[in-house]
Design a protein around this ligand. Sequence first.
Ligand code: DHK
Length: 145
Amino acid sequence: MGKTIYILNGPNLNLLGKREPDIYGHETLADVERVCATVAGENGHAVRLFQSNHEGEIIDSIQRARDEAAAIVINPAAFTHTSVAILDALNTFEGPVIEVHISNIHKREAFRHHSYVSLRADGVIAGCGVEGYALAVRRICSLLG
Ligand code: DHK
């Protein structure tokens, strides 16, 4: 039976396509949603994409995922490097979690090299542009079977 995959996005990703396109590219979050839905659909699953600039709202969506989703793809954006609360929320979720970064955070400033979320993530994709989301959904689909 088809399952739901949550695609969660942190601060400033609502500006994807307009924000620092040299780093984050020209595609928008709507493009990300479309590609993720296609990959999930090919495997009989569905996606729900959510973005917030507010840490608490991301935590609320992770808690909702406990009831509504079989897996999570998350780009926590800047909260990657700061949020123990998002890590704690992800630790309450039982399904697979893949962490995505559009840019290669390891090639950037030192403060971006550490990720709290990686302590929970089953896989991490960085530096593949927005294509990283599709790769993450593909991986989730093979984990879900
Ligand atoms: C997005 C952000 O907004 C940054 O704060 C992260 C991440 C990197 C990305 O590459 O998708 O450091």
